[in-house]
Each structure stands twice: as structure tokens, then as C-alpha cells.
Design a protein around this ligand. Structure first.
Ligand code: ATP
Length: 424
């Protein structure tokens, strides 16, 4: 593809502020005699006509000094720099990432790469798939042409995810998870040799640190086609290779998000294409027992919020038979569910086998958890409750009375409080 066609694509795709910034960056690079390219995901998405989030630019030369010149010229700021020779420019709320072109070398599977400065060809060769390894020159004016050394354009047309070489997954097995994510997001398929390599190299996922695995898993959980990604992950053996507790998890979330059979169906799923990432995490945990959950928490070095969703979901699943009772009072339901993280309750509301449990959990989510007494701590002190833990206890009792309909107004709450104090 030539410069003018690509420029037209940029002009029709990018909002005015971002377009102006990219064009000015290209103009300044031309004046400074520095080569500057738009690379990676942005080129892929522009060619596909999909919205593009991050604009990554690669500089053959010093990214930080070019970033400083651009920021100065546009009265913007260079907001971050790191030891990897990268810089972020911000102008009027619009940002651009500039990276120094580099080559990478992996000393052993799963290790972070050793980095050396390189040219644009080296920089494209260090990437993962052909569709992510294209660059467009911004410094050349009308003569520019798309750099596409791995035939990414042809793969975009054929709908293929294809690796750049056969050690791609050995060097960095997180690319296994990236391959599945792009394949399902774009509705593509893995090219045959790529699929063979991916299956061969599944054990390499063991070389990846828990933090990196968790970050990739989080990217799966955030995708709109999260369910399809996990289903495909099962089919390729990826879910089980990430961790045995995740084997078969695609089927679990597929079933929970397409409830079949009689009984109450929570409205959680309907009307939205995808769920919150923590609800998906809860659905994954729903299929696990306590030990499997703990092993996964350890392997992925889960932070407290993640670990709470996993533990709460598994604990709640065991309480579901009790929560299927239609005669439970609202306050009993509240007490059973309030200590759990909301995502865990949402996950169980989707996955619970009994319609009555799904109805009770949904009642809690939609109504009960928002109910509070009108009186607050200060009111209770004025009514004569001593400061300290009694306040919290009394507020909880008042909430229960509200939940069960024993009081419905402020004056009834005051009367109830007075009767309790008198009885004490
Ligand atoms: P997304 O839309 O998911 O953000 P992206 O292509 O912009 O897609 P990033 O993870 O932001 O993805 O990475 C930017 C580019 O860096 C990719 O297009 C790819 O060229 C390269 N890249 C990122 N991660 C890797 C990796 N693990 N191995 C090789 N190249 C990578």
C-alpha cells in the first residue's frame, strides 16, 4: 500500500486531534532527518477498518529526543520515559507512544528478552504474527510505502494468524494466548503450521511467570468475545496448559452465559454482549473445588481482589442448596450474600443449577443489597446509643428490619430503635 492511500485511511479513521498529532510528528521527523513509523496494532486495525486504540510509533534513532522536539513544538509534554528508550507525548489530552527501534534476543524460554538498538526491519522481526508486523513510514512524504516483510496484508485478507518463525512460542509463550485472542477477536483462524507449533509448544506456558500469565488472562477476560476465546482455548488445549484448574473452562462459561432449561434466568446476561471481567473470573472459579481455586490463586499470584472473587465464588457455590429455599427471608438472604464480592454473587446467579437459587441471588443483586436504613450513626447517637461497636450492630438490625418490611419509614425506624433501647 502506498503513502497517499494510507494517509487517506488515517484521515478517515482517526479523530482530528490524533490525526493532527501523527501528521505533525511525521513532518518533524522529516525535518530532523529521522525515520519514524506507525507500527503494530494500529496498522493492522486501520487496514481492517477497525477502531484503533493505541498509536505506537517506532523511531530509527533516539525516541526520547524526537519526543522532546515534538512536544516542545506543540507545547505538549513528554510524560513518561523508561529504560527501554520509550517516551509518551501528550498534547491536549491526546497521546502518542514513541519507541526506539530495537532487536530482541531470548537467552532462554520465558526469559525477558535482551534488547539492542536496531533498525525498522529488526523491530518488525522481533514481533509475533505477520498481521502485527507491518509499519508505515510517516517521515517520507508521498514516496512512502507500507513495510510488510512477512506478508501481513495477505494474511489480513485471508483471515490468518501466522507466526513469524517457528520459535515464536518457545521464546515467549504468552504469544500462545495472544494468538487465540486475536484469532477470536478478528474472526480469523490459525494458519496450519502456526496451529501445529502452538500445540507443540503448550508446555512452554510453564516457563511464564504468574504475573505475566495473569495479565494475559485478564486480556482474555476483557475481550468482547471472551466466551469464544475460552472455548477455543479448550479446543486447542491452551486453558489446561495455562493451569490444570482452567481445563474445560470455556464450556463452563459458555453454559453459564447461555442458561438452558426451565427456571429463572437472570437478566444479567441479556442485553449485554459481554460481562464484567470479574464476573467471568467468578464463572471460571465456579467449576473449581477449594484446592483447585487455591492452586490457581497461587500460580497466577492473584492480587486480593481476584483472589476474593475466586474464593467467594467457590464458597458460595457450596451454599447454593441452602440459598435455593423460597422461604428464606430477605434479611437471611442479605446476611448470607453480603460478605461475598458482588462478582462472585453475579457469577453464581448465572451458573446456579436451580432456578430458585438464581432468583434469590438476583433479588439480592438487584434490590436487597441497595437497601439501607434511613437513620445513620449520628441519629443513633442522638437517640442514646453509646458510641462504639453498638452503632454498627444496631444499624445492621435496622437494615434487617427494613429488608423484612418491619419498618418502612423514618418514624417507624425511630420507634423501633426506642423500643430496643427501652428493652435494654
Ligand atoms: P491490542 O489491540 O490487543 O492492544 P496490539 O497489537 O496493539 O493489540 P499490544 O499488546 O499493544 O497489541 O502490542 C503492540 C505491538 O507490539 C503488537 O502489535 C506486536 O507487534 C508487538 N507485541 C506485543 N506483545 C508482543 C509479544 N509478546 N511478542 C511479540 N510482539 C509483541
Amino acid at each position: 500500500m502506498v503513502y497517499l492511500d494510507f494517509l487517506q485511511l488515517l484521515e478517515t479513521s482517526l479523530p482530528a486531534g490524533r490525526l493532527a498529532l501523527v501528521r505533525t510528528a511525521g513532518q518533524i521527523a522529516l525535518e530532523e532527518g529521522v525515520s519514524l513509523y506507525l507500527v503494530g496494532g494500529a496498522v493492522r486495525d486501520l487496514l481492517l477498518g477497525r477502531p484503533t486504540e493505541d498509536l505506537d510509533l517506532v523511531v530509527e534513532g533516539d525516541a526520547e529526543s524526537l519526543a522532546s522536539i515534538i512536544a516542545k513544538r506543540l507545547s505538549g509534554q513528554v510524560v513518561s520515559r523508561s529504560q527501554f528508550s520509550t517516551a509518551k507525548i501528550k498534547v491536549d489530552g491526546v497521546s502518542l507512544d514513541l519507541i526506539t527501534a530495537r532487536s530482541e534476543h531470548y537467552s532462554r524460554p520465558g526469559a525477558l528478552p535482551q534488547i539492542a538498538h536496531g533498525n525498522m526491519e529488526d523491530d518488525l522481526a522481533r514481533r509475533d504474527f505477520s498481521i502485527n508486523s507491518m509499519a508505515f513510514p510517516l517521515h517520507t512524504g508521498a514516496k512512502g510505502q507500507l513495510l510488510d516483510p512477512f506478508d501481513g496484508q495477505a494474511d489480513l485478507q485471508r483471515g490468518l494468524i501466522r507466526v513469524l518463525h517457528d520459535k515464536i512460542f518457545v521464546d515467549d509463550a504468552t504469544r500462545i494466548m495472544r494468538a487465540v485472542r486475536y484469532e477470536q477477536r478478528l474472526g480469523f483462524r490459525l494458519e496450519d503450521d502456526t496451529e501445529t507449533l502452538l500445540r507443540r509448544d503448550l508446555p512452554m506456558l510453564d516457563t511464564i511467570s504468574g504475573d505475566r500469565l495473569r495479565r494475559e488472562l485478564q486480556l482474555w477476560l476483557k475481550e468482547e468475545r471472551c466466551v469464544e476465546i475460552f472455548v477455543r482455548g479448550d479446543q486447542l488445549g491452551v486453558t489446561g496448559a495455562i493451569h490444570p484448574s482452567l481445563a474445560g473452562s470455556g464450556e463452563v462459561i459458555k453454559k453459564a452465559t447461555n442458561p438452558v432449561g426451565a427456571g429463572f434466568k437472570p437478566a444479567l446476561w441479556e442485553g449485554t454482549r459481554s460481562l464484567d471481567e470479574y464476573v467471568y473470573l467468578g464463572l471460571l472459579a465456579y467449576a473449581m473445588d477449594t484446592l483447585e481455586g487455591e492452586r490457581l490463586i497461587g500460580r497466577l499470584r492473584m492480587p486480593p481482589r481476584w483472589a476474593a472473587v475466586v474464593r467467594d465464588t467457590i464458597a458460595l457455590k457450596h451454599k447454593l442448596p441452602r440459598l435455593s429455599d423460597a422461604s428464606l427471608s430477605p434479611s437471611q438472604l442479605y446476611e448470607a450474600l453480603a460478605p461475598s464480592s458482588t462478582a462472585a454473587v453475579q457469577a453464581c446467579a448465572l451458573a446456579a443449577p436451580s432456578g430458585e437459587a438464581r432468583r434469590n441471588l438476583t433479588l439480592f443483586l438487584e434490590k436487597l443489597r441497595h437497601i439501607k436504613p434511613v437513620l445513620g450513626g449520628k441519629d443513633l447517637i442522638e437517640l442514646g446509643v453509646p458510641q462504639g461497636p453498638d452503632i454498627g450492630e444496631m444499624l445492621a438490625r435496622l437494615r434487617s428490619a427494613r429488608l423484612d418490611g418491619a419498618v418502612t419509614s423514618r418514624s417507624e425506624e425511630v420507634a423501633l430503635m426506642k423500643s430496643w433501647l427501652a428493652a435494654q
